[in-house]
Write a protein that binds this ligand. Structure first.
Ligand code: ADP
Ligand code: MG
Length: 196
């Protein structure tokens, strides 16, 4: 028995006279891991921005069952803050002890327990993405949006990250929308694939 978390209905987005997206409709169920696969320029990131409320559609609707659904996004660019330690990047520099402790738990979850006190620039590309994942999970999102987060990683690191993300999402029954141009990646990670 599954419940619909998110519904996209006849979604269209135009930039001037350029159509980025035309009449896209699909739904995502609670706890489901969905991959959106398509060619570059096909409108995948546009869909994600519309779902994340970062932009408004030209027409059509994005509807959440719960309008207060907590959403976090992970991009290819990790968007870490270089002047903060890795732990602070996850805890958002909170002075609250419980938050700090939770940040350390999240770091351990992604295999960075030993790197709490160092800084993002001391991490490899894969480790940076793991840190970005820990930061995204810190908010306990009900929907995780991934916009080609592994695109810049080498093949082996990418494989490991795919396994890590898929296993964490599965363990937490976290509803996830992954954008990728890599069909194999989609097949490996997702319950369902939507081709754009
Ligand atoms: P994808 O993520 O699948 O590669 P995008 O959603 O980024 O595709 O882009 C879809 C199309 O919309 C592309 O042709 C792109 O050039 C265009 N586009 C995206 N964002 C903008 C924008 N802010 N202004 C104008 N055109 C845009
Ligand atoms: Mg894109």
């Amino acid at each position: 028995m599954s419940e619909r978390l998110l519904t996209l209905d006849q979604l269209t987005k135009r930039y001037g006279d350029k159509t980025a997206l035309q009449n896209v409709s699909f739904g995502v169920d609670q706890g489901e891991f969905v991959a959106l696969v398509g060619m570059s320029g096909g409108g995948k990131s546009t869909i994600l921005r519309l779902v994340a409320h970062l932009e408004q559609p030209t027409s059509g609707t994005v509807t959440f069952r719960d309008p207060n659904t907590v959403i976090r996004v992970m991009f290819q660019n990790d968007r870490l803050l270089p002047w903060m330690t890795n732990a602070e990047n996850v805890s958002f520099h909170s002075a609250d002890k419980t938050t700090q402790q939770r940040a350390l738990t999240m770091l351990a979850e992604v295999g960075l327990a030993a790197d709490a006190k160092s800084h993002p620039n001391e991490l490899s590309g894969g480790q940076k993405q793991r840190l970005a994942l820990a930061r995204a999970l810190m908010a306990e999102p009900q929907l995780l949006l991934l916009d080609e987060p592994l695109g810049a990683l080498d093949a082996l690191t990418r494989r490991k990250m795919q396994e890590l993300i898929a296993s964490i999402c599965q363990k937490q029954r976290l509803t996830t929308l992954l954008i990728t141009h890599d069909v194999e990646e989609a097949a490996r990670m997702a319950d369902r694939i939507i081709v754009i």
